[in-house]
Design a protein around this ligand. Structure first.
Ligand code: NAP
Length: 302
């Protein structure tokens, strides 16, 4: 069966593309390797989406999914491992299936970057987490640390401060990348300690994480902090290698595409965090979803 548009990735960009594609009268299939929603489900609270003063990331994703599927978009689970062109069709292969379509929108987002420390993988679920919204509740009344200086780290620290005894926010510089207003709010919280110009250099653990070694990058001094949980929020990395033979990637692995979301391959578009861009926000992901879908609809109608 030939589908009009296949969208790879059901995060904010992908789900928005599905909404726009379906509303334009095209049949959209969303392929998602995990659970729909993308990165934003990890955000405890969103406060910068126009028209919605406050909403949890999880609720936001649920709303998007409901809207897309109510319009007729189909969601299937599968990891796209290859896309090839054949007889004016595009064939998307997952590990078990093969799908044919006229246009493809790559909305693969990005994955959590790791600190790269010894024992980091082994301690996931035993003190190390990449999602405060998912795992934060396990640390009620306990001591948590967040590492990172972007909006995710700030949001995580603020969320955890609501119920943790103590929250350390560890950032490698003395200025934050994330919203200044949120930084000021954190400074007012009695149970939040900013640990600046510092990196986590070692994880100290028995069965679970017990302490973290923190090094001041200016003085080189080291201290050990006793923590029950460490929330890693040091940004994302793209995962587009499977498409490297189809579309051009930049040196960091992002899909080369401008504001029109067009890639180097005809009929293949890139939307959201997976493409080359300066500002990666919910609003820009949603905007990309709309732009890519309308371009794909035009291509399909030719
Ligand atoms: P980010 O903005 O890329 O910030 C990553 C932070 O981690 C930076 O402060 C960076 O330090 C630090 N970092 C990177 N590698 C590190 C390492 N190896 N060790 C220690 N620190 C490291 O990532 P993000 O906070 O996840 O946000 C990603 C995008 O999503 C951003 O555009 C953000 O604004 C957006 N976002 C939006 C919302 C929202 O719209 N509500 C919510 C969350 C995130 P430096 O600053 O020194 O580079």
């Amino acid at each position: 069966m030939l589908t009009d548009i296949i969208v790879i990735g059901a995060g904010t960009a992908g789900l928005t593309a599905a909404i726009y594609g379906q509303r334009a009268g095209k049949q959209v299939l969303l392929l998602e390797e995990g659970i729909y929603g993308g990165q934003i489900v990890n955000s405890p609270q969103i406060e910068n989406y126009p028209g919605i003063s406050q909403i949890s990331g999880f609720q936001f994703a649920m709303n998007l999914h409901e809207q897309a599927t109510a319009l007729g978009a189909r969601l299937e689970t599968g990891k796209a491992v290859e896309i090839i062109e054949h007889d004016n069709e595009k064939i998307v292969r997952t590990e078990n299936e093969e799908y044919h379509c006229s246009a493809v929108i790559l909305a693969t987002g990005a994955k959590n970057r790791k600190l790269g420390l010894e024992k980091e993988d082994a301690l996931i679920g035993r003190g190390i987490s990449y999602c405060a919204a998912c795992d934060g509740a396990f640390y009620k009344g306990r001591v948590a640390a967040v590492v990172g200086g972007g909006n995710t780290a700030l949001g995580d620290a603020e969320y955890l401060a609501n119920f943790c005894k103590q929250v350390y926010l560890i950032h490698r510089r003395d200025a934050f990348r994330g919203d200044a207003g949120q930084v000021e709010r954190l400074k007012d919280r009695e149970n939040v300690t900013l640990v600046l110009n510092s990196v986590v250099s070692e994880l100290i653990a028995g069965q679970r994480l017990e302490q973290i070694q923190v090094q001041d990058v200016v003085t080189q001094e080291e201290q050990q902090l006793s923590v029950d949980g460490l929330f890693v929020a040091v940004g994302q990395v793209p995962e587009n290698q499977a498409f490297a033979g189809l579309v051009e990637l930049d040196s960091q692995g992002y899909i080369k595409a401008g504001e029109d979301c067009r890639t180097s391959a005809e009929g293949v578009y890139a939307a959201g965090d997976c493409r080359t861009k300066n500002i990666r926000q919910l609003t820009t992901a949603a905007a990309d979803g709309a732009v890519a879908a309308l371009a794909a609809c035009e291509y399909v109608s030719q």
